[in-house]
Design a protein. Structure first.
Length: 382
């Protein structure tokens, strides 16, 4: 791994050394079940609640409002399916967008099978949802709206506050998937007009397999896991204590470093663009020009298709991504780029670079130079 330039942090990140150190005792010495009443259980319970307090303070939420889950996917499923099911006697219409993560989109498709109607809102060319479209889609039987905070493929930040204020007036429950925004933008749950918000540890240098759903007071949600009475009877199953402790430590490190990280990512973006401009190659940055997550750069190189670029980058030991799902060698266009209605050649040549804490500006420059060489070699040889 050490000789690899890793620019796929929107997919996952390495565990921070401080996170690993914080977790280790909870896999070995403090292994009690937080539900047990003996001393070992009580010690585990104490660690669990301290971790909850730390994460709650990082996102300005009441600790009681955090439900630990197995990750962002489960938090999204709980919000969308649990939120809709709890209100199914009131109405069976849900609104989401065409650019959500599959954890929301496929949960919505499940709701359709269960008798709900779902409206999938379009986006403009920058990948932004329009408040006007939300207003037009709302019906008397709308019970839930789910719109992501920042998009994982192109990074566009959505007008969550505007939309939330409108939905609050209408009394409609509002969920946002903040998995990508968490850790790079200040998320203050208490001050946001949202009822539910999903986060995940492994996108912010915590361990995989743990996340949380922020659940505002009196928000109706049916559990999707049934069993013990953990998490105030909202999410059954023995808590992933070591993971949760690691998640808490990741938020502490992020608190200390957020401003520096964001500044570095901005420099990395600027450095890459400068290399491409200097090399005189054609490129097109996708997503909103300014309202964008700092760690995501989605860029197209007309003439070099996504899979060709990714393969050539991989040969050069550079890890980047497409937003697209590669099925049996044929590249399906990403649903996000399709929703943005980009020109075909732009959509077919899009690459996502996503930055993380171990990356340097020099690494970004190096990767950009490799990209320029690949473009020059492939476009000129045509
Ligand atoms: C990664 C991601 C998820 C899924 O989170 P997991 O913890 O991997 O299940 C959901 N939404 C967005 C926007 C993501 O980037």
């Amino acid at each position: 791994m050490s000789d690899m330039l890793y620019f796929d942090h929107a997919a996952t990140t390495p565990v921070h050394p401080r996170v690993l150190a914080a977790m280790t005792p909870y896999l070995t010495q403090v292994f009690g079940n937080p539900s047990s009443v003996h001393a070992a259980g009580r010690e585990a319970r104490k660690a669990l609640e301290q971790a909850r307090d730390a994460i709650a303070s990082f996102m300005d939420a009441d600790p009681q409002s955090l439900i630990f889950t197995s990750g962002g996917t489960e938090a999204d499923n709980m919000a969308v399916i649990g939120g809709a099911m709890a209100q199914r006697e009131r109405g069976r219409h849900v609104i989401t967008t065409q650019i959500e993560h599959h954890a929301v989109l496929h949960a919505c498709e499940y709701l359709e099978q269960a008798g709900f109607e779902v409206t999938y809102l379009p986006v403009d060319k920058t990948g932004s949802v329009r408040l006007e479209d939300v207003k037009q889609a709302v019906r008397p039987d709308t019970v839930l709206v789910s719109i992501m905070y920042g998009n994982n493929e192109v990074g566009t930040i959505q007008p969550i506050e505007e939309i939330g204020v409108f939905l609050q007036e209408k009394g409609i429950i509002f969920h946002t998937d903040a998995v990508q925004a968490f850790g790079v933008l200040p998320i203050r749950a208490r001050q946001l007009p949202v009822d539910m918000l999903s986060v995940s540890a492994h996108k912010i240098n915590g361990p995989k397999g743990v996340g949380a759903l922020y659940l505002g007071r009196k928000v109706p949600v049916s559990p999707i896991l049934h069993g013990g009475s953990q998490e105030r009877k909202r999410r059954a199953g023995t808590e992933n204590l070591a993971g949760i402790v690691g998640f808490a430590e990741a938020t502490k490190v992020a608190t200390e470093e957020m401003a520096d990280r964001v500044a570095k990512y901005e420099q990395m973006k600027a450095a890459m663009r400068a290399v491409w401009e200097e090399a005189g190659i054609a490129f097109h940055v996708n997503g909103h020009p300014t309202n964008v997550l700092p760690h995501i750069l989605n860029v197209s190189f007309p003439g070099v298709h996504t899979e060709t670029m990714l393969m050539n980058l991989d040969l050069a030991r550079i890890a980047a991504a497409s937003g697209s799902a590669c099925t049996s060698g044929s590249l399906e266009l990403s649903h996000v780029l399709v929703a943005m209605q980009l020109e075909d050649e732009i959509a077919r040549s899009a690459i996502r670079f996503s930055f993380g804490i171990t990356n340097t500006v020099e690494e970004a420059r190096q990767a950009a130079q490799t990209v320029a060489q690949i473009v020059n070699r492939l476009v000129r040889s045509k």
